[in-house]
Design a protein around this ligand. Structure first.
Ligand code: ADP
Ligand code: MG
Length: 302
């Protein structure tokens, strides 16, 4: 069997070939742990990643299901850097509401093809989960999810990380009572010299973006708060989107006019007014921080 490193540093394949290769059938190694990718089990596909299911066996022979993210590549080298950045950020994180990455230490050098191994959350994305369980999810449970996300985001803020892609599709359901934040593909640590440079081909999630992010490409914990508001709106209104302008300029104009996503369906007025709407204040300084949001939810839960 090939070690993970041997697999990741294939001797003679070109970058393009390696990147487009199917994952191997034989087990990979991460430290003392063996990883086997289940090729035909694609758990999800986002803008630029494919997530497979896999099995991790530790030194004692104990097996555990894992999820393995690989970059989708269609030319251009920048995407490998993107996964590397995502790994670098995620492997430092340790919080009950953030998806755990295993084995990231093995992926540190410049390589042809990369995989990121993380904990497997069998219930998948919160977006899918709310679509499929519309009738079962009451306000009480949705507030618990909102609270989990605020705790995870408060932790990210304490680690000085800006997520920049907070949305229901990037929240995973651990169990009926707990959710976790994932997809750090756009995340940045600004104090390490990242100040938004548009290098990725990734389509930006404009409908989740704050005014200043669309207008001046400015991102901060408070622009994450805006996206958090949209994420909660997705939860409580079950994600039925109105027709929004698809181009940046028109959308910006709308937002500057004061137009916002509206209260719909089963969303309690109190939740909209006290939790969701304050996240969309024009000025970042007027928006609550994640800690404030956590306490607001606690009051709403009573
Ligand atoms: P992308 O960067 O391409 O958007 P994501 O990390 O958001 O990739 O993952 C895409 C989809 O794959 C998610 O929406 C989810 O459905 C699924 N997925 C991702 N990670 C896991 C995981 N750890 N366990 C189960 N499903 C996952
Ligand atoms: Mg995603």
């Amino acid at each position: 069997t090939k070690s993970l490193r041997e697999y990741l540093f294939p001797p003679k394949t070109s970058w393009e070939e390696a990147a487009n290769q199917k994952p191997p059938n034989e087990p990979l190694l991460i430290g003392q742990r063996k990883i086997k990718i289940i090729q035909d089990k694609v758990l999800g596909e986002g803008n630029y990643g494919i997530v497979y299911q896999g099995v991790m066996t530790d030194i004692m022979g104990i097996k555990q299901l894992v999820a393995i993210k690989k970059m989708k590549v269609s030319g251009g080298g920048g995407q490998m850097d993107e996964l590397q950045k995502e790994i670098n950020i995620m492997k430092e994180l340790n919080h009950k509401n953030i998806v755990k990455v295993w084995g990231a230490d093995d992926f540190v050098e410049e390589i042809d093809s990369m995989f990121m191994v993380m904990e497997y959350l069998e219930k998948g994305s919160l977006k899918k989960y709310i679509d499929e369980n519309k009738d079962r999810l009451n306000v009480h449970i949705l507030l618990k999810y909102a609270s989990d996300i605020s705790e995870g985001m408060d932790y990210l803020e304490s680690q000085k990380i800006i997520h920049r892609d907070l949305a229901a599709r990037n929240i995973l359901v651990a169990n009926e009572n707990q959710v976790k934040i994932t997809d750090f593909g756009l995340a940045r640590k600004p104090n390490e010299g990242y100040y938004y440079i548009m290098r990725t081909r990734r389509e930006l999630p404009l409908n989740w973006y704050a005014i200043e992010s669309i207008e001046h490409k400015k991102f901060s914990h408070k622009s994450d708060v805006w996206s958090y508001g949209v994420t909660c709106w997705e939860l409580f209104t079950r994600g039925e989107w109105p027709d929004l302008p698809t181009n940046e300029e028109a959308l910006l104009k709308c937002l500057k006019h004061g137009t916002r996503l509206t209260l719909k369906n089963n969303c309690p007025t109190k939740v909209y007014q006290e939790l969701i709407r304050p996240c969309w204040q024009d000025s970042p300084a007027d928006r609550p921080c994640f800690r404030d949001i956590f306490y607001t939810i606690r009051d709403l839960q009573d």
